[in-house]
Design a protein around this ligand. Structure first.
Ligand code: NAD
Length: 486
């Protein structure tokens, strides 16, 4: 990500170019660019625009100008726009998927970049079907009272590097559907796929509805500037708790609306009635989806003593079947860790914890940014790998005897994104799941999300929700109309 990094070498297959900002429907060149590097090869994928404060002003002005008309378009027109987005995504999915694989490191196959593009298409189609009907609160001799939903205005979307395009879509789809206009600011690690997608979507959206700018966070920090910008009415942010907290402080003077989707440290609790072989695949993908670089991945596994050894063995056996390799290789199912910063974090947490437990698989880096799936048993809540969010391919396993103790350990964190219970007793599983302090709970799976089910974090994991009608409403203000007797 270094500016003009002379050491970067060309990645095979990548069309190396300077990507523009997209402002007011037009590609706009920046004065400077920064390198975006392929985590699998160290090669250059392309150069992203280093937006200045003036570029951001231009993008916000374009979004405000477009808001004047977009907020007044009919509900049908906005529903149609989401369908047009879905179609455009479908037509260009492979190109964008390859770009995601090159800059983010997730393979084309498995739960990889083609899956990510499928998600964008599915979410776009679903978002088209949502609506914001006027709610009649009262209609009698005393008068009529109506609740109207109005688009909040210009939305600033700040996204992370793990699912770069899907998360951007989770932000801009409901915004556009509600009648808002958007300025997207992708992560400096993975800006190119988002820029390219928004370039393509501008072929089907009116100018200024969807804009994108980027920066490297060092030379300029456009995310920070967005949270302070007077022309933006709402920030939707997905990323770390530390940055989310800074944003919350920055928006206070302007009273911007906020949706924050932040870190988690999801626990899974395995009860003694399970069949270890039957749940191994679900446990593995719950934890290792996108190499563990997923907000609601399973990050701590609590297993009852009666099935502990069998669950550990079944998980390791399954993990050994997963091929790691270059993300553009059709045979790869997992790739490298996405960037050096995250690689260093995962390595440090594993190194600090592995002597407290028993390494069942992995435990040491591979080549470059590759890190093999790592499973460490016999840890407790004091191990750094358990206490902190690893956001990488390393799963700690903790043995328990009493389920009350497991629930207490699962809840003993400041965050609360997701949690799961693994059992053949549905009623018991649901009772335990409902006591987990997190925004989503699953029985016998972990991390499955869908466009019609609200998703958000409790405690320090976030504010507000995404998806479903509730997620759409986060892009609206309520206006209550007291219309008197008719
Ligand atoms: P990050 O907080 O470092 O960066 C996220 C975004 O914020 C980037 O675009 C970055 O440029 C921008 N940013 C940096 N400084 C800023 C500032 N001062 N003000 C405003 N914006 C700023 O997070 P990351 O490393 O990209 O992502 C990993 C984290 O995201 C993990 O903790 C993970 O759990 C979390 N995450 C959460 C969800 C969810 O839905 N809850 C989804 C994905 C990732």
């Amino acid at each position: 990500m270094a500016e003009n990094n002379a050491q970067a070498v060309a990645a095979p297959e990548a069309e190396i170019r300077d990507y523009p900002m997209i402002i007011g429907g037009q590609p706009v060149a920046a004065e400077r660019y920064f390198d975006v590097v392929n985590p699998a090869t160290g090669g250059l994928v392309g150069r992203a625009p280093m937006a200045s404060g003036r570029d951001l002003d231009g993008a916000v002005a374009a979004a405000n100008a477009a808001f004047e008309s977009w907020s007044k378009t009919s509900d049908e027109a906005r529903a149609e726009a989401c369908l047009a987005i879905a179609k455009k995504v479908e037509e260009n999915a492979e190109e964008t998927a390859r770009l995601i694989s090159m800059e983010q490191g997730k393979p084309l196959n498995g739960i990889g970049s083609r899956f990510e593009m499928g998600g964008v298409q599915g979410w776009a189609a679903y978002t088209s079907s949502l609506s914001m009907p006027i709610k009649v609160l009262q209609d009698d001799a005393q008068g009529r009272v109506e609740l109207h939903r109005k688009p909040v205005g210009v939305v600033g979307s700040i996204t992370p590097w793990n699912w770069p395009v899907l998360i951007a879509a989770w932000h801009f789809l409901p915004a556009v559907r509600a009648g808002c206009t958007v300025v997207v600011k992708p992560s400096p690690f993975t800006p190119l796929s988002t820029i390219r997608l928004i370039e393509l979507l501008n072929e089907v959206l009116p100018a200024g509805v969807l804009n994108v700018v980027s920066s490297d966070d060092v030379t300029t920090n456009i995310g920070a500037a967005m949270s302070q910008h007077d022309g933006i009415r709402k920030i939707v942010f997905t990323g770390s708790c530390a940055t989310g907290s800074k944003i919350m402080q920055s928006v206070a003077p302007s009273m911007k609306r906020l949706t924050l989707e932040m870190g988690g440290n999801d626990a899974g609790i395995v009860l003694p009635d399970v069949d270890p072989a039957a749940i191994a695949e679900g446990l593995f993908w719950g934890a290792f989806i996108n190499n563990g670089q997923t907000c609601a991945a399973l990050k701590r596994l609590y297993v009852h003593a009666d099935v502990y050894d069998d669950v550990c063995n079944a998980l390791v056996d399954f993990a050994k079947t997963i091929p790691l390799g270059d993300p553009l290789d059709e045979n790869s199912i997992l790739g490298p860790i996405s960037n050096q910063m995250q690689f260093d974090k995962v390595k440090a947490l594993v190194d600090a914890s592995k002597h407290q437990g028993r390494v069942l698989l992995g435990g040491a880096p591979g080549e470059g940014l590759f890190y093999p799936p790592t499973i460490i048993a016999d840890l407790d809540n004091s191990a750094p790998l358990v206490a902190e969010e690893q956001f990488g391919p390393a799963l700690p396993i903790i043995k328990f005897e009493d389920v009350e103790e497991a629930i207490a350990m699962a809840n003993d964190v400041e965050v609360g994104l997701g949690g799961s219970v693994w059992t053949t007793d549905t009623a018991k599983g649901q009772e335990i799941a409902s006591r987990l302090e997190c925004g989503s709970v699953w029985l016998n799976s972990h991390g499955m999300i869908q466009p019609n089910a609200p998703f958000g974090g409790l405690k320090k994991s976030g504010l507000g929700v995404e998806f479903g009608e509730e997620g759409l409403m986060e892009y609206t203000d309520i206006q209550t109309q007291f219309l008197g007797p008719r």
